[in-house]
Design a binder for this molecule. Structure first.
Ligand SMILES: Cc1ncc(C[n+]2csc(CCOP(=O)(O)OP(=O)(O)O)c2C)c(N)n1
Length: 276
């Protein structure tokens, strides 16, 4: 990585990765794997692409992001805290009684646009937001993040049909293709075949990137914004658990925190050693 702006975002993602580990370790529960796979993308979105101001979070002209894979709350919450929506100290209340930071993304948290967690539903909400934007002749962009396991939900395909029907050029879907879902590999549980061909056949502008290359992802966003009349769908190839050696590609860490102090410290060390 030789670009100063990309490097700054990489460092934000590193910081967020450490917060993800601290949150799930302190709560003794949560979803680190799919949070670590999407964090480079979220860092790029919140620190470069998205027009949003934490001091004016309800500005009607703001861009919107719906985290449809709502179990990846540690990723979204840590980025929102780094962006200044709420103090970082609140992150340690994650999944505790009386904290707003529930295990699945919740609208009571500053900066969160929609509660999610029931897979397949967030994309429908994003479609509605994008349609409202076109009807209002507003300029905002709606981003939705879905998982590749989540792609198996029938409601995702209904939303894809609607996105095409209404020519939602202001909607960009990012699919975190980390190839793992809850308790195994996507190819074994429900092979999705040629996703690019399928989503293209639904009338979408499909792009594919390395989801850990901040530069490549940012270029894809530029292309998506010039997609003409079609909504865009970015297939982001990622690694579940990215940055923590023992979590990478390991379905166990879909929904388990570091098991003990040793694993916790190793996770933080691995993240510290990541090179851009
Ligand atoms: C409707 C619904 N069914 C089941 C679940 C339980 N669940 C939570 S995460 C998950 C796997 C999701 O896999 P994927 O979308 O690939 O997420 P990622 O690997 O990016 O974390 C499942 C089955 C759920 N949250 N909602």
């Amino acid at each position: 990585m030789n670009n100063e702006a990309d490097l700054k975002i990489f460092e934000k993602a590193r910081e967020a990765r450490k917060l993800i580990i601290e949150m799930v370790y302190s709560a003794k529960s949560g979803h680190p794997g799919g949070s670590l796979s999407i964090i480079d993308i979220l860092a790029d979105l919140y620190f470069r692409e998205i027009n949003i101001d934490p001091t004016n979070p309800n500005d009607p002209s703001r861009d919107r992001l719906v985290m449809s894979k709502g179990h990846a709350s540690p990723a979204l919450y840590s980025i929102l805290a780094l962006k200044g929506f709420f103090p970082k100290e609140l992150l340690l209340g994650f999944r505790r009684l009386n904290s707003k930071l529930e295990g699945h993304v919740h609208r009571g948290v500053p900066g969160v646009e929609s509660s999610t967690g029931s897979l397949g539903q967030g994309l429908g909400i994003a479609v509605g937001m994008a349609l409202a934007g076109l009807m209002d002749k507003a300029n905002y962009t709606v981003y939705a993040i879905i998982g590749d396991g989540e792609l198996e939900e029938g409601s995702i395909w209904e939303s894809l049909m609607a996105g095409n029907k209404y020519s939602l050029k202001n909607l960009i879907v990012i699919m975190d293709k980390n190839n793992v879902q809850l308790d195994g590999f996507t190819k074994d549980i429900m092979p999705m075949g040629d996703i690019r061909a399928k989503v293209s056949a639904f009338g979408w502008n499909v792009l594919e990137v390395d989801g850990h290359s901040i530069h490549e992802f940012s270029e894809a966003i530029k292309t998506a914004k010039k997609s003409g009349k079609s909504p865009s769908f970015i297939i982001a190839n990622t690694i579940k658990g990215k940055g923590v050696s023992y979590m990478e590609n390991n379905p166990k860490y879909h929904g388990s925190p570091p098991a003990d102090e040793k694993e916790y410290e190793l996770a933080l060390r691995d993240i510290e050693r990541m090179v851009p």
